[in-house]
Design a protein. Structure first.
Length: 304
């Protein structure tokens, strides 16, 4: 298998100015990345594995089109009922020594998934899962948590629910390139859509989000079809590579090549930290080159 070292990715238009400034200054001191968690929400279909993608406003380091996710919050460290692997087991799975930080990443992953899609990986015991997430009370809870007016741990306690951490799978660990003005240190997870629960956008905040067939997005990745479908001024006319970050592209490719969700989740992945590197192309264009090996996600070179 080829190395990620020689794989080049177009630099998203929104990051061009930061890249130019980085080179003009002779590089510099990278900004400290914020800890984050992101989740690939999956389900099977007749045409292949599907994943939930959503549009992000602003200049998110996770890309214009990305998986549900976001920064860790202070309350992610609060004690919550917990089913599945222990925080120490999660720390080992994530390749970190800090059990408390591992717990925060897992809680953040489940919280962000609930905020952005309504899917809640929680139940009253270790073998039961919330059967339905429908109803205005659940949307109200999501809005309150997203705005910071309500607490996710308090919601779980009030409903008598514990986190089903056994329904999450660790995928990979990525850091935003050094030159970026906003950086994330992101752990990616995966979860399969539970029976009885439906995904939906957060009321008042969600602009676009849908289930996408991975193989279809991979096949049309060099077209502007997805960006045109989203229909926002900063997505129209852009390809998948211009709308997403390398981590999202590579995971979509791997998912497209997998024979269903079970096969994708069963793939063993080492604890490798991946971080794109900013380089200059021969014609002066700014491109991202992924450093490290290709053992975690993705395969093959593209383009150049």
């Amino acid at each position: 298998m080829p190395s990620f070292t020689n794989r080049l990715f177009p630099l998203p238009p929104a990051q061009q100015a930061a890249a130019e400034s980085w080179f003009e200054r002779g590089e510099g001191t990278p900004r400290k990345p914020r800890a984050a968690s992101s989740v690939l929400l999956l389900r099977d279909s007749r045409e292949g594995a599907e994943v939930f993608l959503r549009y992000r406003r602003g200049e998110s380091p996770l890309g214009k089109i990305a998986f549900p996710g976001g920064s860790l919050e202070e309350t992610d460290g609060d004690q919550v009922p917990w089913f599945g692997p222990t925080p120490s087991e999660w720390a080992k799975a994530l390749g970190m020594d800090d059990h408390q930080q591992a717990m925060r990443h897992v809680v953040a992953a489940i919280r962000e998934l609930f905020e952005e899609t309504g899917i809640l990986l929680a139940g009253p015991d270790a073998s039961t899962l919330l059967e339905s997430n429908r109803g205005p009370e659940w949307m109200e809870a999501r809005e309150g948590i997203a705005s910071g007016e309500k607490s996710f741990p308090a919601l779980l306690a009030r409903r008598g629910l514990g986190l089903r951490t056994d329904l999450l799978r660790p995928l990979s660990h990525w850091k935003t390139a050094d030159f970026a003005l906003r950086r994330f240190d992101t752990y990616y997870f995966a979860a399969v859509q539970p029976l009885g629960q439906e995904s939906s956008l957060l009321q008042g905040r969600g602009i676009w989000g849908k289930w996408c067939i991975a193989v279809h997005e991979f096949e049309r990745r060099q077209t502007t079809a997805l960006g045109d479908e989203v229909g926002q001024p900063d997505t129209v006319g852009l390809t998948l590579e211009q709308l997403t970050v390398p981590s999202v592209q590579l995971m979509l490719e791997k998912l497209a090549k997998a024979k269903g969700c079970i096969a994708y989740l069963a793939h063993r992945r080492p604890n490798t930290v991946h971080q794109p590197e900013l380089v200059k192309d021969d014609d002066g264009a700014y491109l991202l080159r992924v450093s490290g090996n290709d053992a975690a996600e993705g395969a093959g070179q593209r383009g150049r």
